[in-house]
Structures are given as structure tokens and as C-alpha cells.
Write a protein that binds this ligand. Structure first.
Ligand SMILES: Cc1ncc(COP(=O)(O)O)c(C=O)c1O
Length: 439
């Protein structure tokens, strides 16, 4: 082996994100290519993508329209400055998203990831209240078990303990609603859980404690994905909407996972019939092909900034790559693909079959709960004594060896296949998980 090859193949330099680096490097799982529902590993093994990458490849891998659009765009306009300049595709994409979004959410701010969408929405919330003369509204409220990306605002309002505990004091003035995960009352419920809407009333307690005039926004995932697919109890999101509206508090839905068809509708807000003031998105926006996020904000929020002298910047926020032309081309092609292939409708039509298949795992060893919505599913396992997360991780590794890629969070196995999945592939995915649990 010559020196160059040695350097190229050394696994040491890459510090991998959210990865057990030493475990991985001892037994690497490397992907060489992908198409549709499948990866091919560097050893030439075909592995089904049971998670749409990281919940983002909704149209399947290498969807042709998106590939072509990106290739064309790189040839035509690779980059354009995002500040005090524009290019047509950014405006076209914003208009398309405004049209797709529920109700009055018709202004769009571009970012490059889910984490940046969250930071953007939190900052817009604070600046919105200030612009309206309510500068005292600085408190942000998240929820236990919430995942809002990895930047400081997001981990401050987030509620996944390991994502927070190594990183100091975080943002001040943040409070957390209780989570709604309750296996004792809601275990093995098909559809939305019956119990837990009253947990939204905790917000009234916070209003009483802190004063509504100090609270800027509440941020929740309509369906908490990263904490293990936790569905909102019946009536819970409606209650949050009522209470936030009553007290002039903005409601932000973090839809980085649920937007763009994952639940069989364009947005989780549509699926659950609740319209927030802002929606954060990323992932499926470009089908994962180019990093991009978008924050959808209501007319009222946007208009509150459009005051003062015309030559002044209204919001001191933005990224070098906001509305990057290649990302915009990918997103426009992704939206075209979703529409022309009717993928949101497809996800909706598969929802029952998917849930039925997952619930067939009810009596497998170690299974303590199963949850499903849209084309998202979770199988929660009884943790091994003194070895939390190991049971799920072992199951994941076995399934990988058997040809299916899953995801674990804690002792929960999470699944979110591309929306192009066939019924026979659902059987294969769930059957392989069943075999991995048996093993
Ligand atoms: C709800 C939610 N918000 C934010 C993020 C962060 O997105 P990103 O990894 O693109 O920064 C995620 C990622 O999974 C997410 O699920």
C-alpha cells in the first residue's frame, strides 16, 4: 500500500457526527451508491433504506428530476449573493412553498438545515415582539424530549438530555412543557393516543408563573420524531393553539421531519388540523440532495417587520447560503416530483397498511410499545438492565447485516421509509425487523 492510499483509507481523521466513532471504525458500514429504496455498500451488498436517509429522502434516492435539475443549475448559476441580491428561483421557490403551506403562512426565510431553521424561527419570534413594542417577551418554551437541532437555541428549547448536558448553561429564560410519552396509559394505541391532552394545560401554569407578557413563543414538534416517534394525544395540539393565541404567544411547529409528505399531507399542521404561526422545515425540502431549510412565517409576523425607512434592513439575520441557487433548483424539482408522482397521497394511502404491518410485531421479544403515523413508525424495546440503548442498537446492527437500514433512538427503533415504498417492501422491512428481534 503506498502512502497516498494509506492516507485516503484512514478512518481516523473523520470525527463522525452523532456516531459511536470507535464502534463504527471497528466495523464500518460504508455506502457506495444508492437508488430508489436501496443503498449499495462498498462491499456490493444491497441494503433497504428503512429511514429515507435521516428522514429526508422522501422521493427515494437519485430521483431523476432532482438529479437533472441540480446538474443544470450548476451549469447555469452556481452561486449568487444572498444579501441585497436575488435570483429568480429563490422567489419562485418561496412562492411555491407559500402556496403549499397552510393558511396564512405565506412568507419564507431560507436556511441550510433544520438547526438553522429553528434558530431563525426563535430569533424571528423575539424580534417580532420587539418590533411590536413588546420587547419584554423574551422567554422561549420548548418541551421535554423535544429535538430542535444542535445549535444553542435549539438545544436550549430542546429536551433530549444527552444533547444538552455537556454544553454549559445554554440560553436563559427557557422553560419546558412536559413530554406526552406515556406508555402506561397509551401503550400500543393505533393512531393518536387518547390520554394526555391535559398536559398542554401546563402552559397556563407557566403563563401564571412567568406572566404572558414575558413569553415570546412555544416550539414543539407536532410529532416528536427524534425522541422516538411520540404522537400528540388527541386534542393536545389544539389546546396549545388555543392557549398560545389567548396569551399572544407565538406557536412554532418544528416540522423538519413531518413536512413534505412524511405524514401523508404537505405538513403535520395539515394532518393534525392546527395552524401555527411559524413552521420550521429542512430535510425533505430538497429530498436531502442539497442542504437547505426554510422557515414559513405568517403574514402578520412578516408584516410587523415591514416598517421604518425603506433603505433599512428589516431583520438582521441570514446566511451566506440562504436561497442558494443549486439548493433552490433541487427543492423546486423535489416539489415537482412530490406533486407529479403524488407521493403525499401515496403516503396517505399506505398509512393503514404500514401501521398494520408494524403492529404485527407486538408479541416479538422485548417489544413494549408500537407507534405509527403516516409513513413513520417506532418499536420501543424494554432496555437491557444497566445497558440502556444497547438492545435497540444490537437489533439495528442485526437488521443491517440482514439487509435493512433502521434508526435507533434510546431503546426505540424508528422507521421512516421513502414515500415510494411498495407494500411488498413494507413486508420485507417489517419482516426483517421481526427476524432481528427474534435473533
Ligand atoms: C424536529 C427537528 N428539528 C431540527 C432538526 C435538525 O435538523 P438538521 O440536522 O438539518 O440541523 C431535526 C433533525 O432531525 C429535527 O428532527
Amino acid at each position: 500500500m503506498n502512502a497516498e492510499t494509506k492516507i485516503r483509507n484512514d478512518l481516523g481523521a473523520y470525527w463522525m457526527p452523532f456516531t459511536a466513532n470507535r464502534q463504527f471504525k471497528g466495523n464500518p458500514r460504508m455506502i457506495a451508491s444508492a437508488e430508489g429504496m436501496y443503498y449499495t455498500t462498498t462491499e456490493g451488498r444491497k441494503v433497504m433504506d428503512g429511514t429515507a436517509g435521516l428522514w429526508c429522502v422522501n422521493a427515494g434516492h437519485r430521483a431523476p428530476r432532482i438529479t437533472e435539475a441540480v446538474q443544470r443549475q450548476v451549469e447555469e448559476l452556481d452561486y449568487a449573493p444572498a444579501f441585497q441580491m436575488g435570483h429568480p428561483k429563490a422567489f419562485e421557490l418561496a412562492s411555491r412553498l407559500a402556496e403549499l403551506a397552510p393558511g396564512k403562512l405565506n412568507h419564507v426565510f431560507f436556511t441550510n438545515s433544520g438547526s438553522e431553521s429553528v434558530e431563525t424561527a426563535l430569533k424571528i419570534a423575539l424580534a417580532y415582539h420587539k418590533a411590536r413594542g413588546e420587547a419584554g417577551r423574551t422567554r422561549l418554551i420548548g418541551r421535554d424530549k423535544g429535538y430542535h437541532g444542535v445549535n444553542f437555541g435549539g438545544i436550549s428549547v430542546g429536551g433530549m438530555v444527552n444533547n444538552r448536558r455537556a454544553f454549559g448553561t445554554l440560553l436563559g429564560g427557557v422553560d419546558h412543557l412536559p413530554h406526552t410519552h406515556d406508555i402506561a396509559r397509551n401503550g400500543f394505541t393505533r393512531g393518536q393516543p387518547e390520554h394526555g391532552a391535559e398536559l398542554a394545560d401546563e402552559l397556563e401554569r407557566m403563563v401564571a408563573l412567568h406572566g404572558a407578557e414575558t413569553i415570546a413563543a412555544v416550539i414543539v414538534e407536532p410529532m416528536a420524531g427524534s425522541a422516538g416517534v411520540i404522537l400528540p394525544p388527541k386534542g393536545y395540539l389544539q389546546k396549545l393553539r388555543e392557549i398560545t393565541r389567548k396569551h399572544g404567544i407565538l406557536l412554532i411547529f418544528d416540522e423538519v421531519i413531518t413536512a413534505y409528505g412524511r405524514l401523508g399531507r404537505a405538513f403535520g399542521a395539515d394532518y393534525y388540523g392546527v395552524e401555527p404561526d411559524m413552521i420550521t422545515t429542512a430535510k425533505g425540502l430538497t429530498n436531502g440532495v442539497v442542504p437547505m431549510g426554510a422557515v414559513l412565517a405568517s403574514e402578520a409576523i412578516h408584516d410587523a417587520f415591514m416598517t421604518g425607512p425603506d433603505h433599512m434592513i428589516e431583520l438582521f439575520h441570514g446566511y451566506t447560503y440562504s436561497g442558494n441557487p443549486v439548493a433552490c433548483a433541487a427543492a423546486l424539482a423535489a416539489l415537482d416530483t412530490y406533486r407529479e408522482e403524488e407521493l403525499f397521497e401515496r403516503a396517505a394511502s399506505l398509512e393503514d397498511y404500514w401501521a398494520e404491518a408494524l403492529f404485527s410485531l407486538k408479541d416479538k421479544p422485548g417489544v413494549i410499545d408500537i407507534r405509527a403515523v403516516g409513513l413513520v413508525g417506532a418499536v420501543e424495546l424494554e432496555p437491557f438492565a444497566d445497558q440502556p440503548t444497547k438492545r435497540a442498537f444490537d437489533t439495528y446492527l442485526r437488521a443491517w447485516d440482514m439487509g435493512v437500514h433502521l434508526r435507533t433512538t434510546g431503546d426505540t427503533i424508528a422507521m421512516s421509509p421513502p414515500l415510494i415504498i411498495e407494500k411488498s417492501e413494507i413486508d420485507q422491512l417489517v419482516g426483517t425487523l421481526g427476524a432481528a428481534l427474534d435473533a
